[in-house]
Write a protein that binds this ligand. Structure first.
Ligand code: GDP
Length: 330
């Protein structure tokens, strides 16, 4: 570490993971910087309210010079690249912008970090937010760090590029670069376009009589869902290791969308939820991933990491948060 107080720079600071990571690092005594995109970004106020001690820098993953300036001005020991166009369904209709940000954006970050690190390529440690969507048409169940990648969406393809480029920079330049292959992770801060939050918010609104129908896509889909607050801990642990590496982060359990609906509706006392839920083809996807279930043995053994929050705790936490927010009129 170059200074007495460790310093971190986070891209994607306005997202669910960026906010949890910033809170965790501040609690550990870090100086925390964030890269924020765009003029008058509507999420800037959220960051300034939730984590007021974070120092913000204007920058965009598609603009290398802006990233170099953010690194020069923050002088970080650790860089967490969480920024991405991250909604899978959107990525089919926006394949070019997804590739620019989610794939080439990683190369821009790696180059900026390499240039900033100067003579000692491992002086600035780098974390890349990789994704279980890289496994897509899963070639093995459960998936681990050796499983062949077979992405099934432009988002997944872009994440594969970022993952391999991170490994390549580690191997080519000796950078301390790590790739966290995180399975789905959720929280009350999850965007409403994702299924867990869509369900938690709708169930809360239905319970309060503010909504009468929930229109859904494929109810048979299954995911390995964990709590985002647990997963940011794993990111940090990766950067505390002597060497960079790749780690699957997951719970090792899967649940279907139907089970998600069961737990969420049951929590508010509605046992027969079928009268509220309608399926619509517009929420179905051109291609679905196969059974994604993670084997996080390496993270458990090397990092000493394990998830703390169960699926039921996660879903009920999200419904309770949405109930409280709706009651408060947010
Ligand atoms: P993803 O794993 O990153 O794609 O996370 P999502 O939360 O967007 O989707 C998880 C799964 O839920 C996918 O298999 C979707 O097909 C399925 N799903 C079913 N209905 C819906 C819906 O209404 N919205 C979303 N986002 N996903 C849905």
């Amino acid at each position: 570490m170059s200074t007495a107080r460790p310093t971190a720079l986070i891209t994607g600071i306005t997202g669910q993971d960026g906010l949890y990571l910033a809170e965790m690092l501040l609690a550990k005594g870090y100086e925390v910087h964030g890269v924020i995109r765009g003029q008058n970004n509507p999420r800037r106020a959220l960051v300034e309210t939730l984590v007021p001690d974070v120092r913000l820098h204007n920058g965009d993953l598609t603009d290398l010079s802006s990233l170099m300036r953010a690194l020069r001005d923050s002088q970080p020991d650790e860089v967490y690249n969480l920024g991405a166009v991250s909604f899978v369904a959107y990525s089919w209709e926006n394949a070019f912008i997804t590739s620019d940000v989610t794939a080439i954006g990683v190369l821009n970050m790696l180059e900026a970090v390499r240039l900033q690190a100067g003579d000692d390529p491992s002086a600035v440690r780098f974390y890349q937010a990789s994704s279980s969507e890289m496994f897509g048409k899963a070639q093995q169940v459960p998936q681990n760090e050796q499983t062949l990648l077979w992405p099934r969406s432009p988002y997944g393809v872009s994440k594969v590029y970022g993952h391999h480029m991170t490994i390549n920079y580690r191997e080519s330049y000796g950078m301390h670069a790590s790739s966290g292959i995180l399975f789905n992770h959720e929280s009350p801060r999850r965007g409403e376009e994702f299924v867990t939050r869509k369900v938690s918010k709708a169930v809360a609104a239905i319970k309060l009589g503010q909504q009468h129908e929930l229109v859904m896509g494929n109810l048979d889909a299954r995911r390995d869902w964990g709590f985002a607050g647990d997963y940011v801990e794993a990111m940090w642990l990766m950067l505390q290791q002597p060497e960079g590496g790749d780690y699957v982060i997951s719970t090792g359990e899967t649940h279907s969308i139907e089970e998600l609906l069961d737990v969420a509706f049951n929590h508010v006392g509605i046992t027969d939820w079928s009268r509220y839920v309608r399926q619509d083809p517009s929420f179905m996807r051109p291609a679905e991933v196969d059974l994604l279930i993670g084997d996080s043995t390496k993270a458990r053994e090397v990092l000493g990491w394990k998830p703390k929050i169960t699926f039921e705790e996660l879903v009920t936490m999200m419904v309770d948060a949405d109930l409280a927010a709706l009651k408060a009129g947010w």
